[in-house]
Design a protein around this ligand. Sequence first.
Ligand SMILES: [Zn+2]
Length: 316
Amino acid sequence: MNTLHQKKAGRRRRLKKQYLVLLLLVLFGIGFFVGKSYSAGELLSASEGSSTVSEAAEQPEKPPRTAEEAEKTEEPSAVPEAVDRPGESAPTSDEPPITETGKTEPIAEEQSPKKVVYITFDDGPSKWTGQFLDVLQAHGVNATFFMQGSNLKKENLQENVRRAVQEGHYVGGHSITHNFRTLYTDKQFVPEMIATLDMIHDITGSTPHLVRPPYGSAPGLKDEQVREQLTNAHIKVWDWTIDSQDWKLAGNPSQIVRNIKQGTTSDREIVLMHEKPQTLKVLPEILQFFKDQGYEFRVYEEADHFMLNFQNDSRL
Ligand SMILES: [Zn+2]
C-alpha cells in the first residue's frame, strides 16, 4: 500500500515539474515574440536602408507620395511649354511664381530671354552682302536672308551666300523673278520658290524650306490652291512684324531707324529689311537699339518654326 502511495505521489511531482517546464516554455515563447516585434518596430522607425520590412511598412504612404512626385515631375515639362511661345505667353513666364527649391532653376534657365528679334534681309545676294555679314559678325548677330534666283545665279555673288550659311545665318528663298504678275497672277509662285530653294541648296549645301513672298503673302497668297501647293511641297512662309520701309529711304536712312523703333511693340519681332546701302549704313544703330531694349537676336530655325503669315494659314 505504502509503495503504491509513494509511486502515485512521485508521478504527481513529475507531472507538476512537466507543467512548470511547459509554463516556462510558453512564457519564454511569448517573451521571444514580443521581443521580436519590438526589434521589428525599431527597424520600421529607422526605415533607412533597403530592407524589405521598411518597404512593406511604407507602402500605405506610397500613393500620396507618388502623387506628389508626379506633380513635381510635371512642373519642368510645363515650363518649356510656356516658353516655347515667347510672344504669346510672355506675361505668364514673367510671373515671379515659384520659390520652392528645384522649381526656380529650370525656369530661370528657360525664362531668359523674354524678348527676341529676328533680323531679316530680302532681295540678296547683292554687292553689299559681304559688308552686311561683316557688320553682323562684328555684333555677334545671326540674321535670316531671303534671296532671289535672279541674283543667286550671278557667280560673283555666290561666295557670300556660302559665307552666310557657314557663319550661321539662314538663307531662304524669295522667288526667281520677284515679279508680282508672274508670281501671283500667273501663279508661278510655287514653282519659282522650289527652283530658288534648289539653287540655294546647290550653292551652299543647305536644304532650306522657308520662303518670303515678294510684297508679302497678303494679297499674294490669298489663293487657297497656291497655299495647298505650298503645303504639299513642305514650304513654309514668313512675312514680318515690322516693315522698315528701307527700300524707299535711300535719301533718309535715319527714317529707317525711326520706323523700326516705332514698330517695336511686342516681345517677338521679325524685322523686314533689304540689302540696300542705306540699310547697311544704319544697321549698327538698329542692332544697338534692340540690344538696349533687351532683345535677344535669333536666326530662323526650321525645328522651331512658328506661323508668321498674313493669311494666318497654320500649315505654312
Ligand atoms: Zn523682295
